[in-house]
Design a protein around this ligand. Structure first.
Ligand SMILES: Cc1ncc(COP(=O)(O)O)c(C=O)c1O
Length: 383
C-alpha cells in the first residue's frame, strides 16, 4: 500500500516543476561560464593567494580538518573565540558570534530574539533569511514598501502593540543595490522606542570605514541591537557574524537554534576569515576601484536607456518585468560570453524580474563596455 503514495507524491512534485517551467520560473543548477557577473566576490579575494596561504598554514600547524561537534559540545576552538573577538573589535561592538552561514545567522538571531507579541517592521525587499526568521518567531509583522520611511513612521506611530518593536532592514539591498538611510532609521527607532536590526551582508567589506558597513558609516553600532555581517561575499569565505552586545551574544549562545544545533565549521576556516578581515580593512584602494567600476556601469546603462531602478552600489539590477524577458536576455548574454542569471519570483516580486549584475574588482571598464553592448544587442533582438 505504500508504493502508490510514493508515486503520487513524486507525480505531484513533477507537476509543480512543470508548472514552474510553464511560468519560466524553473531553476536548474549550472556551471557559470564566461565573464562572471553574478558573483558576490566584490573585492576579488576568492582567488587571493593570501587566503589560501592562511588555510594551508593553519593545517600545517596541526589544525584539525573537522570541528567534531556543535560549539556548545566538542566544536568550540580558541581560533573561533579569537576570531569573534577580532571581528567585534573590527566592527566596533562589544561582541560577535559566528554562525555557519548568513542564512543561519538571520534565522538564529530573529528566531531567538522575537516573540509572538512583538511587532516587526520589515522592508518588503528584505532577504529570504530575514523573512524566514521573522516567520519562525511568529511575531506580528508589518511589511513596509521598500525604503518608504514615511510609511514606516506612520506604522510605528499607529502601532498599539503591548510587545516590543523591531525594525529589520538590509543596509545594502541584495536585489535593488540601493542603500538604507541608516541615520534616519536610527532616529526613527529612537523616537518610537524600536530596536534596529541591520543585515550588512552586501555592505560588509565594501562600504563604511575600512569596509565595516553602513551602520559603522553612520556611527550607529552602539545604537542598533545587532548587525549581521556575512563572510561569503566581499570576505570571500563563508559564515556570518552577528555583532552587538555581550549580553546579546550570550543570549544567542543559549537560544539561537541554528547556532546550538549545528556542527561548527572546522577551526582552520577561522584562519581564512581572519586573513580576509585583515585584507579588507586595508583595501580602500580596491573599494575605490570597485565603486568607480560600478559607477561606470550604472551611468552607461542609464545612458543606454536601461532601467536600473534605485541602484547606488556594486549591485546593479536591469529591470525587465516578465520572467520570459529576463530569461531571454540572460540566454542571449550567456551566448555572448557573460555569466548572467535571470532573477525571478519568489526572489523578487511578480512582474519585477530582472538581471542582477554584480560588479567585482576582477572586471574592467573595457569588459563592462562589452557587456553594455551585449545588453543593447539583446534588447534589439528581443521581440
Ligand atoms: C542580504 C542577505 N542576507 C543573508 C544572506 C545569506 O547569507 P549566506 O549566503 O551566508 O547564507 C544573503 C545571501 O545571499 C543575503 O543576500
Amino acid at each position: 500500500m505504500k508504493k502508490p503514495d510514493t508515486i503520487s507524491t513524486i507525480d505531484g512534485l513533477r507537476a509543480e516543476l512543470t508548472a514552474l517551467e510553464e511560468k519560466s520560473q524553473l531553476r536548474r543548477l549550472a556551471q557559470m561560464e564566461g565573464v562572471n557577473l553574478s558573483s558576490n566576490d566584490y573585492l576579488g579575494l576568492s582567488t587571493d593567494p593570501r587566503l589560501a596561504r592562511a588555510v594551508a598554514d593553519a593545517l600545517e600547524a596541526g589544525s584539525p580538518v573537522a570541528s567534531t561537534g556543535s560549539r556548545l559540545l566538542s566544536g568550540n576552538a580558541a581560533e573561533w573565540e579569537e576570531l569573534e573577538t577580532a571581528f567585534a573589535c573590527f566592527i566596533g561592538t562589544e561582541a560577535a558570534l559566528f554562525f555557519s552561514s548568513g542564512y543561519a545567522a538571520n534565522l538564529g538571531l530573529l528566531g531567538a530574539i522575537l516573540r509572538p507579541d512583538d511587532v516587526v517592521f520589515s522592508d518588503e525587499s528584505n532577504h529570504a533569511s530575514l523573512i524566514d526568521g521573522i516567520r519562525l518567531s511568529r511575531a506580528r509583522k508589518v511589511i513596509f514598501p521598500h525604503l518608504d520611511l514615511n510609511f514606516l513612521e506612520d506604522a510605528l506611530r499607529r502601532s498599539d502593540s503591548a510587545g516590543r518593536k523591531f525594525i529589520v532592514v538590509e543596509s545594502l539591498f541584495s536585489m535593488e543595490g540601493d542603500r538604507a538611510p541608516v541615520a534616519e532609521l536610527l532616529s526613527l527607532a529612537d523616537r518610537f522606542g524600536a530596536e534596529l536590526i541591520v543585515d550588512e551582508a552586501h555592505a560588509t567589506g565594501v562600504f563604511g570605514p575600512q569596509g565595516r558597513g553602513l551602520v559603522a558609516a553612520a556611527g550607529g553600532n552602539a545604537r542598533v541591537l545587532a548587525t549581521v555581517h556575512t563572510c561569503g561575499k566581499a570576505l570571500a569565505s563563508a559564515g556570518a557574524f552577528v555583532c552587538g552586545s555581550e549580553v546579546l551574544k550570550q543570549y544567542l549562545v543559549n537560544r539561537a537554534r541554528t547556532f546550538i544545533f549545528s556542527t561548527a565549521l572546522p577551526p582552520y576556516f577561522a584562519a581564512q576569515i581572519g586573513k580576509a578581515v585583515e585584507i579588507v580593512a586595508e583595501a580602500d584602494g580596491e573599494r575605490g576601484k570597485l565603486l568607480a567600476l560600478a559607477g561606470f556601469l550604472r551611468t552607461h546603462l542609464r545612458d543606454a536607456g536601461f532601467n536600473i531602478g534605485t541602484s547606488d552600489s556594486q549591485i546593479v539590477p536591469v529591470l525587465l518585468g516578465g520572467n520570459d524577458t529576463a530569461v531571454r536576455y540572460a540566454d542571449t548574454l550567456q551566448r555572448a560570453g557573460f555569466a548572467v542569471r535571470p532573477i525571478r519570483p519568489p526572489t523578487v516580486p511578480e512582474g519585477q524580474s530582472r538581471l542582477r549584475l554584480s560588479v567585482t574588482t576582477k572586471l574592467s571598464e573595457e569588459v563592462l563596455d562589452r557587456l553594455i553592448k551585449a545588453l543593447v544587442a539583446a534588447r534589439d533582438a528581443d521581440p
